[in-house]
Ligand binder design. Structure first.
Ligand code: FAD
Length: 452
């Protein structure tokens, strides 16, 4: 009987062990199930849905070149796959293992009804497998990375099967257009279409382009005005390229490529954190922070979301995010810190906004980085280290970046643009002064530490 390849964030054919294993056994039925209920508040956000639509479209086209096709179903995974079994007799399911809590539940439910074969392949090493000398998972990145590095390089990528044997009968499939994943009115995806090519081929192009500059990554990655990073994050999130493929394409480039490999390590680290703390996306890892009195400031939250805080570097980042679904990492750190410390708004508000607007929105990476920024995470205690956005903007030479995303300021000189003395017409005054914000955040932090 045919076997099912159950797809989630692994939308590729190269170095995709579920496809390789299924194809070696006989006819293959590739199935993507859209489940908007199981993740509850982590239902895919708007930007991710835009990406998903195009990625599925590409995967179907690539499958057709190999004599196969993509079957689309909606609902709970185990129910949708059971429907495929009724239509085709398939009893085995191959998948790549996932670590988001709702996916782990779904894997358990599928395993009750099918012979489920979970494969590794979305991380440098299987999450949960990198352990301390006493067999415990790591909580902190640096020792985690040291231990992971000892197991590197990852295995060489496996080639895509040349053909995928088709089943005798194809099951019914939804039509992608009927899923309504794309925005209609207003169509906010223009900036995304200009920036991205979702799918495996687009991922490979990004990787090729990045390989040429990978040796200078360390010097350039913090400069938002230049294209110094790989922009592979949405491709990696949706599994359009495997981290092993990325590793082997760049590891020999020399220079500061090691710094880049360490960022891939952060990606693995985040999965290890959510495996240990499944509710990391909604709960402070440091419980003391449950007592911090966050401000409920709707208008200020909206100003941050819309890039109208009066801090040019923050506003540039938030507008880049809205337009393209991506924001430079250095600017993500500045903008996130600004929300949490300067506006004293709960990190979970920021995390939610990122979840909806990032094309690379990832449960583990987003939660780990927000909790790190807020100082609430297992790996950090940074709350009292308050970033100065204007100094950051100067230090990392963000003038050209600000000009691109905040046109109201484009006429200002390289010196003035970070902190306009008089805000030009149409650009807001600072929502709060730096010194005042800093004092307020520190006071809230000390109040939290003092029991009543
Ligand atoms: P590169 O610099 O080229 O790095 C290569 C890859 O390494 C990235 O594609 C990514 O997969 C991984 N990586 C890099 N930095 C980090 C990091 N700090 N933590 C974990 N993995 C990393 N990244 C996401 O993929 N999804 C998110 O939802 C997300 N939310 C974030 C929220 C905040 C508040 C912050 C500060 C960072 C967040 N990041 C997130 C991490 C980081 O900003 C992005 O991964 C990076 O900017 C993506 O661009 P790139 O592909 O050019 O990265």
């Amino acid at each position: 009987s045919p076997s099912i390849v159950w797809l989630r964030r692994d939308l590729r054919l190269e170095d995709q062990p579920a496809f390789a294993a299924a194809a070696a056994q006989g006819p293959v039925i590739p199935v993507y199930v859209l489940d908007d209920d199981a993740p509850r508040q982590w239902r895919m956000g708007g930007a991710s849905r835009w990406w998903l639509h195009h990625s599925l479209e590409r995967l179907d086209a690539d499958l057709r070149l190999r004599g196969s096709r993509l079957i689309l179903k909606r609902g709970k995974a185990h129910e949708a796959l059971a429907a495929v079994r009724r239509e085709t007799g398939a009893r085995t399911v191959h998948c790549i293992r996932h670590y988001e809590p709702w996916w782990r539940n779904a894997e358990r439910a599928v395993a009750k009804q099918f012979e489920l074969q979970c494969h590794d392949g979305n991380f440098l090493a299987p999450p949960g497998s990198v352990l301390t000398g006493s067999g415990q998972p790591y909580k902190i990145y640096t020792p985690f990375w040291r231990a992971l590095s000892e197991r590197m390089p990852p295995a060489r990528p496996v080639k895509a099967p040349a053909t995928l044997p088709a089943p005798e009968f194809w099951p019914d499939s939804d039509r992608l257009e009927d899923w309504g994943l794309l925005p209609i009115k207003p169509d906010w995806a223009g900036g995304m279409r200009a920036e991205w090519v979702p799918g495996e081929a687009g991922a490979r192009t990004r990787l090729r382009e990045f390989a040429d500059r990978a040796s200078r990554y360390g010097q350039r990655r913090n400069l938002p005005s230049v294209e110094g990073t790989s922009k592979l994050s949405p491709h990696l999130h949706f599994g359009e390229i495997s981290p092993a493929t990325v590793w082997h394409a760049v590891a020999d480039e020399g220079g500061s490529v090691g710094t880049f490999l360490g960022e891939l390590g952060w990606r693995d680290y985040a999965q290890n954190v959510i495996l240990q703390y499944p509710d990391y996306g909604s709960r402070n890892a440091r419980e003391a922070y449950d007592r911090l009195e966050w401000r409920h400031a709707k208008r200020e939250l909206a100003a941050w979301q819309q890039g109208r805080t009066g801090y040019p570097i923050v506003d540039a980042g938030m507008r880049e995010l809205w337009a393209t679904g991506w924001m430079h990492n250095r600017v993500r750190m500045i903008a996130a810190s600004f929300l949490v410390k300067h506006l004293l708004i709960d990190w979970r508000e920021g995390e939610r906004w990122f979840w909806d607007t990032l094309v690379d929105a990832d449960y583990g990476q987003n939660a780990v980085n927000w909790q790190w920024t807020a100082g609430t995470g297992v790996d950090s205690n940074m709350f009292v280290r308050i970033m100065a956005p204007l100094t950051q903007s100067q230090k990392f030479d963000a003038a050209a970046y600000i000009r691109q995303w905040v046109p109201e300021l484009a006429h200002l000189s390289d010196e003035d643009i970070h902190d306009p003395k008089v805000p030009p017409k149409g650009y807001p005054a600072k929502i709060i002064g730096h010194a005042e914000a800093r004092a307020r955040a520190l006071a809230a932090h000390s109040a939290m530490k003092t029991p009543e």
